[in-house]
Design a binder for this molecule. Structure first.
Ligand code: XMP
Ligand code: MG
Length: 183
């Protein structure tokens, strides 16, 4: 499928590429101030956070290393199962380090609260979360998120790393899918 067709599957664009980049620049400035002089490790959650990480780390005026975790909480559907399994763990020992989890989206919050608790059990200096998107109406658990790009309505979104059945991650914007795509 080419880019034009991918775009045609969208019902509406919620956040444009320009808005995403402007927001990530803002967040990067705040994050840089917070971690100035500290041993910061960026932890991305695969696969959705790939785009956020790529743009956020380039906007950060610091040389923070990056590591990745992969967990499964969703099948190819659109509902959180609440069951989290580590598919790929960190390569890095985070003892005594400042960890910033970089995420694409917080929906029910189940995945992120599980990941945060898991990382906190490894005795890091701190664990904070930066997410590009959050759905406040979908929250099932309270997660303490330090940096949020955009609060969005409780709708399934794709693009900028977010997928439907592993497709649409390459879209430069974030949008909702047209009904014909689901059926
Ligand atoms: P929970 O509900 O545990 O979900 O906070 C977190 C993970 O679920 C995925 N997710 C989405 N993926 N569009 C997507 O493409 C969405 O609207 C959406 N909502 C949740 C995502 O992987 C996230 O890390
Ligand atoms: Mg994700």
């Amino acid at each position: 499928m080419d880019a034009a067709h991918m775009g045609a599957d969208l019902e509406k664009v919620l956040i444009t590429e320009e808005e995403i980049h402007a927001k990530l620049d803002e967040l990067a400035a705040m994050i840089a101030r917070e971690y100035d002089g500290k041993d910061l490790l960026l932890v991305g959650v695969l696969k959705g956070a790939v785009m956020v990480m790529a743009d956020l780390m380039r906007a950060l005026p610091m040389t923070a290393p990056v590591d990745w975790m992969a967990v499964s909480s969703y099948g190819s559907g659109t509902k959180s199962s609440g069951v989290v399994r580590i598919l790929k763990d960190l390569d890095t020992d985070i003892t005594g380090r400042h960890v910033l989890i970089v995420e694409d989206i917080i929906d029910s919050g189940l995945t992120l609260s599980w990941i945060k608790a898991n990382l906190e059990s490894r005795n890091p200096a701190s664990v904070e979360i930066c997410t590009l998107l959050r759905k406040p109406e979908a929250a099932k658990v309270d997660v303490d998120v330090k940096w949020v790009g955009f609060d969005i309505p409780n709708e399934f979104v794709v693009g900028y790393g977010l997928d439907f059945a592993d497709a649409y991650r390459g879209l430069r914007c974030v949008g909702t899918l047209a009904p014909h795509v689901y059926s």
